[in-house]
Write a protein that binds this ligand. Structure first.
Ligand SMILES: Cc1cc2nc3c(=O)[nH]c(=O)nc-3n(C[C@H](O)[C@H](O)[C@H](O)COP(=O)(O)O)c2cc1C
Length: 380
């Protein structure tokens, strides 16, 4: 079986993508300490483009100074960040014809910057954080939060990005707005589904007035916590987002709290084949609601032949992967050249400390690093 469908072009809005492979947003911890795109970060994107991923989504760019997830996170909260972001985009565009999408994020209660008080729709603390967030006022939601997403979107557009992805997942700020667990507000941004989704609708409406590139979303489809967003409501939210005009939806879920069954995290440790493709079930149930808007499937996709099958059968429109590209930025080129063996990534999550440990040097595969160290020790 060939991978013809995976290597056929696809479209998101007016942007043609040369194949169906997406590099899912991956925090890199490779910007300068102030948040500018560094040479190291630009080199990573150049490698991903040379490795033939059709659409490369950046790790979340902070829309406010408090929105960073790690130290050395890339920022886009002022115009001063545009120049280096443009250098990054230009390298990708020069290198074959990959397309690049900026993910923009507000980390909300999960801010990685201790200098700032975390903010959230309601003062509800995620399990893995010590500080109780401050509840945002309506005035702040409208004139700070929504405005910062719109301004950030305008800046990445000016930097030449092909697309913008709003991070609406993993219990970060926008995801916590749609969650009945994290959002206990009683005003127009809380309560029923429509009200909790309002912030995502308003961001789209205001941003689409200032940019003419596709605006896509990584949407929380389920929180996997008691009292959190369930799939039925997640599906209703997808319907609202499609109706609003979002140009593609990547479904994800879980986040700050691990589900009782231990499977809530967006990057599940894959112990066997049966753990793979863990958001495909939700994609299958939502595809008919998409009204032609592309559906991007992420979460443990590892078998290229299975990926080919779900594209051929039109169950999803794009295949998105994260961890495999950390170990093999050239994975798609390898598959394209006929070596269709599975990714070398074993989905062990040892890559997380490489971005979350303050002293860590930035995103890389820790397994590969250990292997190299062992080799050099034995040859010494
Ligand atoms: C090191 C690391 C960093 C990540 N950073 C982000 C991020 O910045 N934004 C985001 O939406 N998801 C992020 N994710 C989640 C991935 O994009 C993806 O949804 C998840 O890992 C499942 O895909 P996979 O099984 O192919 O790894 C990250 C995951 C990892 C392992």
């Amino acid at each position: 079986m060939k991978l013809d469908h995976l290597f056929s072009p696809g479209k998101i809005g007016n942007v043609t993508i040369k194949n169906r492979f997406v590099r899912s947003a991956t925090a890199e911890k490779m910007a300068t300490i102030e948040g500018f795109a560094s040479e190291k970060l630009i080199k990573l994107f150049s490698d991903l483009a040379a490795g033939e991923a059709g659409l490369i989504i950046t790790g979340g760019l902070a829309v406010t100074p408090s929105s960073t997830l790690t130290t050395n996170a890339p920022c886009i909260y002022e115009d001063k960040f545009i120049k280096e972001q443009k250098n990054l985009v230009d390298i990708v565009h020069e290198n074959l014809d990959s397309k690049i999408c900026a993910q923009i994020v507000h980390t909300g209660a999960q801010t990685g910057n201790k200098k700032f008080q975390p903010v959230a729709p309601s003062p509800i603390k995620p399990d893995n954080y010590n500080r109780i967030p401050r509840e945002l006022t309506i005035e702040e939601i409208e004139s700070v939060i929504i405005k910062s997403f719109v301004d950030a979107g305008r800046r990445v557009y000016e930097a030449g990005y092909d697309m913008i992805q709003i991070h609406g997942s993993h219990n970060y700020l926008l995801s916590s707005f749609i969650s009945p667990f994290f959002n206990r507000r009683t005003d127009k941004y809380g309560g029923n589904t429509q009200n909790r989704t309002r912030i995502l609708v308003e961001i789209y409406e205001q941003l689409s007035d200032v940019v003419d590139i596709p605006i896509i979303i990584k949407q929380q489809i389920k929180d996997f916590i008691l009292g959190g967003l369930d799939f039925e409501e997640g599906k209703e939210i997808t319907r609202i987002l499609v109706k609003t005009g979002y140009d593609a939806v990547e479904l994800s879920g879980g986040g700050a709290m691990v589900a009782p069954e231990g499977k809530g995290y967006p990057s599940i440790i894959l112990k066997s084949k049966s753990d793979e493709n863990y958001f495909l079930k939700q994609c299958d149930e939502i595809k008919s609601e998409m009204k032609g808007v592309p559906l991007i499937c992420v979460g443990g996709i590892r078998d290229p032949f299975f990926a080919e099958e779900i594209i051929r059968e039109n169950r999803v429109d794009f295949i998105s992967m994260c961890r495999p590209f950390i170990r093999e930025p050239d994975l798609i080129k390898r598959w394209h050249s006929g070596d269709t063996s599975r990714p070398k990534c074993i989905s062990c999550n040892d890559c997380f400390p490489t971005i979350f440990k303050k002293s860590a040097s930035g995103l890389h595969c820790a397994v590969e690093e250990r292997k190299t160290l062992k080799k050099s020790k034995s040859s010494n």
